[in-house]
Design a protein around this ligand. Sequence first.
Ligand SMILES: Cc1ncc(COP(=O)(O)O)c(C=O)c1O
Length: 386
Amino acid sequence: MDISYIINELGEDRENYFNAIAPPIIQTSNFAFKKVDDMRKAFEDEYSTYLYSRGLNPTVDILCMKLAALDNAEDCLVFNSGAAAIFAAVLANVKSGDHIVSVDRPYTWAQKMFNDILPRFNVAVTYIDGTNIENFERAILPNTTLIYLESPNSWDFALQDLKAVAELARAENIITICDNSYCTPLYQRPIEFGIDLVLQSATKYIGGHSDTVAGVLSGSSKMIKRIFDSEYMNIGSGIQPFNAWLLIRGLRTLPARLERISASTRKVVSFLKQHPKVESVIFPFDEDFPQLQLAKQQMQGACGLLSFIMKAEDIHQIETFCESLKHILMAVSWGGHESLIIPRCSSLPASSFDLTNSEHRMLRLYVGLENPDYLIQDLQQAFDHT
Ligand SMILES: Cc1ncc(COP(=O)(O)O)c(C=O)c1O
């Protein structure tokens, strides 16, 4: 399906709402019935009709059709956060006594779920370096039911060979989940490599304006229906109609924003790579990236997130650099209009900063929609302050 068709037309039924270009926000909690039998059918299968907006809602449906098509998936659910999408996807595929193989350092709240919540229900996790397929083979146990991937990782951009992992998992009857937040479906479609469930934080590029928190989970109709009937309805963490409408609006400009951000990022990467105060730059489409070949094989592009290691003599130099930035904001997340930075040392007690550990000198930069020269000047003046 053509991306322009998906973004501009799919799921939209304008004749039913006064030929309005923008779809209505059906801000209702419930829907009325004229016939008892229709209500009975809705109770029997809430995925078949509008009953109550914790389940289906027409504005959310328009969004779901578009997002599933972008992922090249049969169906999808949209949650009120990416973390909720992760929680539902994992919970739906484990039971007491099961084992999960996860890539090292997945998104923080996935990790917290694996470490703090699942052990209470007798589900164990083994973390592996996912850059090597043999590590998956070695980690799989007879009770492994799930493999959890994040490719690329959102800090060091480590990739997994999605096709190889999917083949291995299928042969062992193991479900695969991939966090695709870095790429969005425009730059990577894990379902096409045989991954069962793909999720993304729609808070990032899909929303695109740093004003909505949301998450997408796509997969087969059967799997999505099963998750809707249980975890989605029970946790009650579906997206609200207004936020769904904001995401539809965000989708309209997604290709244009990604194109601009990707081009600006290349310029910023080149600037950082030649800067005397930068030790190295980590970016999946950079010629020095160790998994560049795999990146090019399975990704159509790399967007605005990159990390760099600063040549600092102490933690204060890194702090001064960040605090001297005039336009690039120090904040979590990414994917919005505004450029952002996070120093890795902000998640450490200052007393445990270790200069010899290059990770402690790492900064993650998100390149937004500003003019790249404006951002480069900001970075330069901040380096000049250190
Ligand atoms: C890689 C990744 N996955 C998932 C999430 C969770 O998404 P949300 O913040 O929308 O819950 C995030 C959030 O930053 C993320 O960075």
